[in-house]
Design a protein around this ligand. Structure first.
Ligand code: NAP
Length: 278
């Protein structure tokens, strides 16, 4: 598995996404994902599956040091009063004494950013967390978070797929030395009926999922999250490091971006997005 370096963090370039999975899905998919070679798992306090993931990781027989675990603090836990206790609960559920990457899940909160960043730094100092970052931050709030943090922030995780032009946010994220972690790469299924992607996939003898994942990880500093509830798709979604898209393919996929293609935009949590208009 290729890694993306950001500051002192080495992040496996494809992470297994677990949004919407609990109980049976986790017990079925996480052991199979680890067997298939996934070494990066993405969860969040709000997904309510940290305990099941922790169990699967603990029972996998794979050394903890070989698995990169990301979780995200939910907005209701951002205050100094709740933050540390919520991280302790994540640690307990994940059955581990450290989290590889801890993110602020969404920017929308009344708790001052100074307090959120101070709390993130405190859990790093306490050895509970190796790396920190944020999710769904726009350029302005990301820049402010970086300014406030003594420990380096290593990633901004946000929606990224062929229909959403994120060049502004990606440019700033890269320039600040952070990795981009893209979610919803499959654009909730829209990619699977796209004629351009079908043509590129046929020419490379790959699936559309592989073409989109390859397009993501071929971009400098980009980590892709991939979720599937089908064991037979795990190996396919990891097998994207043995071929390349040429610049014409890359450009054709960038050209699929259109206005109003954002999928995840929860009111009260989402920031004012950086928009290119296309
Ligand atoms: N930070 C945030 O606010 C945030 C927001 C959203 C998501 N995320 C994270 O990002 C992860 C990934 O995003 P996502 O959940 O939208 O996942 P995704 O990987 O973009 O899309 C998942 C969908 O694609 C299908 N799929 C996956 N591989 C396939 C293949 N090889 N062939 C055909 N269909 C395939 C899956 O169907 P099957 O299950 O049938 O295979 C599922 O419907 C999430 O799970 C979560 O961890 C974070």
């Amino acid at each position: 598995m290729q890694n993306v370096r950001a500051g002192n963090a080495l992040i496996p370039a494809i992470g297994f996404g677990t949004y919407g999975m609990n109980g049976d899905d986790i017990y079925r998919m996480i052991p199979a994902a680890l067997r298939a070679g996934f070494r990066h798992i993405d969860t969040a306090q709000i997904y309510r599956n940290e305990a099941e993931i922790g169990e699967c990781v603990a029972e996998s027989g794979i050394p903890r040091s070989e698995i990169f675990l990301t979780t995200k603090v939910w907005v209701s836990n951002y205050s100094a009063r709740h933050f540390d206790a919520s991280v302790n609960e994540s640690l307990r559920k994940l059955k581990t004494d450290y989290i590889d990457l801890l993110l602020l899940h969404w920017p929308g909160s009344d708790v001052p950013l100074t307090e959120q960043i101070a709390e993130l730094n405190a859990v790093v100092r306490a050895g509970k967390v190796r790396h920190i970052g944020m999710s769904n931050f726009n350029r302005a709030s990301m820049t402010e978070a970086i300014r406030l943090s003594a420990a380096p922030l290593v990633t901004n995780q946000f929606e990224y797929h062929p229909y959403l032009n994120q060049s502004l946010l990606i440019g700033s994220t890269r320039q600040a030395g952070l990795a981009v972690t893209g979610y919803c790469g499959m654009a909730i299924g829209r990619v699977f009926s796209d004629p351009t992607l079908m043509e590129i996939a046929a020419r490379h003898d790959k699936t559309i999922a592989q073409i989109v994942l390859r397009w993501l990880v071929q971009q400098s500093g980009v980590v892709a999250l991939s979720r599937t509830t089908r064991v037979d798709r795990l190996a396919q979604n990891l097998a994207v490091f043995d071929f390349e898209l040429d610049s014409a393919d890359m450009t054709a996929i960038y050209a699929l971006a259109t206005a109003n293609s954002r999928i995840v935009d929860p009111p009260g949590l989402a920031p004012l997005w950086d928009s290119t208009g296309a």
